[in-house]
Design a protein around this ligand. Structure first.
Ligand SMILES: O=C(O)CCC(=O)C(=O)O
Ligand SMILES: [Fe+2]
Length: 249
């Protein structure tokens, strides 16, 4: 797939692919996610999450686990993600780690970086609802001097996003390079998204007709329950044989 044609105008480090999966596949995935045993979900303040295909050690080494069938069989998202070419330069040439997040309307995720454990590409599939993802840069002014908004290390964040994207259900967004390694991303904790406040989204030309109508018509879109599957390649993977961990590969 030549995914360069999905490049978001104004950023050659972000790609937006609408309708990456079909409605039937979306329904199937949401049903399978609903069957995820409750103990696997971790309740966070603003959302719930499940890591799939293993978790990371404190040294950021992946302890591999079998992928759930909805990732590796039908609809075989891993093969489909590989086919985009986005992971062509990553150590395993495909994602080996997927985190499932659940957001109720009104929930979001604070601006953050995904960090150095992963090769700097993340592919995010949205299911069930749209959302709006903002990308931020660190502020050049001294820590916390403008809005008081800081990351976990006390570095000040410029509150004006450098890029905002409407993520439609069934879409895939791929974030790479400096946007991954040097910037932050987050989702405001809102019940609906108002496209009438002059809040431009950079991917308007890449949206489906329905999404474009909402943005161009400056309408408000209520959020529903959204699931996201964030797919990455963890650089270092432990060599696990019969439950024992031997070094890394
Ligand atoms: O749900 C999303 O689209 C973003 C999630 C995210 O940024 C993360 O899990 O690191
Ligand atoms: Fe993230």
């Amino acid at each position: 797939m030549d995914f360069s044609r999905y490049s978001v105008p104004g950023s050659d480090e972000t790609f937006y692919i609408p309708d990456f999966i079909t409605k039937d596949e979306e329904e199937y995935l949401i049903r399978k996610i609903g069957e995820t045993p409750q103990p696997k979900w971790k309740q966070l303040a603003k959302r719930r999450r499940v890591p799939s295909r293993g978790d990371l050690t404190p040294n950021s080494i992946l302890i591999p686990q079998a992928m759930p069938s909805f990732l590796s069989e039908y609809p075989d998202l891993i093969a489909r993600l590989k086919a985009t070419g986005a992971f062509g330069g990553s150590p395993h040439q495909q994602p080996n780690h997927v985190i499932l997040n659940q957001y109720l309307p009104g929930q979001g995720i604070m601006p953050h970086e995904d960090g150095p454990a992963y090769y700097p590409v993340v592919a995010t599939l949205s299911l069930g609802s749209h959302t709006v993802m903002h990308y931020y840069q660190y502020s050049s002014s001294p820590s916390g001097s403008d809005t008081g908004e800081t990351d976990g290390k006390g570095r000040a964040i410029d509150p004006t996003p450098i890029l905002s994207l409407l993520l439609e259900p069934r879409s895939l967004v791929i974030t790479t390079s400096a946007l991954y390694t040097r910037h932050l991303h987050g989702i405001d904790a809102l019940e609906d998204d108002d496209f009438g406040r002059g809040a431009g989204v950079a991917n308007v030309e890449l949206l489906t007709g329905a999404g474009r109508d909402v943005v161009e018509g400056a309408r408000t879109l209520p959020r529903r329950v959204r699931y996201s599957l964030t797919c990455r390649d963890v650089t270092r993977v432990a060599n696990v044989v019969a439950g024992r961990t031997f070094g890394k590969r």
